[in-house]
Design a binder for this molecule. Sequence first.
Ligand code: NAD
Ligand code: ZN
Length: 251
Amino acid sequence: MDLYNEVAELLVKKRSAVALTGAGVSAESGIPTFRGPGGLWTFYRPEDIATPEAFERDPEKVWRWYRMRLEKIFEAKPNPGHYALAEMERLGILNCVITQNVDELNRLAGNKCVVELHGSIRRIRCVSCGYVERLEDLSKLDNLPPKCLRCGSIMRPDVVLFGEPIPMREWTRALTETYKAEIMLIVGTSGSVYPAALLPHIAKERGSLIIEINPEETELSYIADIKIRARSGEALPEILERARRLILSTQ
Ligand code: NAD
Ligand code: ZN
């Protein structure tokens, strides 16, 4: 049987899936991934620039890197992969998206249940008083680093930097959704950033079916029961289309 049909049937039959997504899902929106061809790795090592130590040492340099990423992200729109995930949630065949992405494109596409493990690049946070502000455009970043409206201290991207823990609230929600679901779709992630990459292992341990969608082999491929080697913007709409037909045919 065609793999897309097989996955669609499982999603419709179980009505209990969760998706763990990574930078690959946003690649077709023009946002570079970290690893893989054309990834941000090629120019910088995120582990060197996106750390609390680097920010402490040279906040302006770290901010220049984030501003460059934000320029791309402000221009980006959700792609067919994001829209398919939103439609799957609406149809009741996907409970939630747990994402490592900081671009908010899942929410923009229409997903209601989104766990943003690594925060959002569209928000900034004061390092002293914790005040959080939303960025509607880049004007706040004309002078780097941006300053807190409340206390005048410097602000940082409201994201989880390498070496920082995932906020407890997001991690708890991610675990709850992982335990609740009988299927985990792992889409567009290299599975090399922890603790996010623990979630598929927890799902597997719990007896869930693991489905990987990624054009490349990853560090999680070996635990996947079904592997679809295609881009998410191509595979997810195909699966959605078949699921829709199945739902219609059983009504
Ligand atoms: P990663 O860069 O490590 O891996 C990207 C993965 O996506 C690779 O396995 C690659 O084969 C796959 N991929 C590339 N194009 C794809 C496509 N069209 N469809 C499906 N898969 C595709 O990314 P990661 O695993 O998310 O982990 C790195 C960290 O990067 C995360 O912590 C995240 O916060 C951060 N990040 C976020 C964004 C974003 O918000 N859009 C962008 C870059 C990095
Ligand atoms: Zn402040």
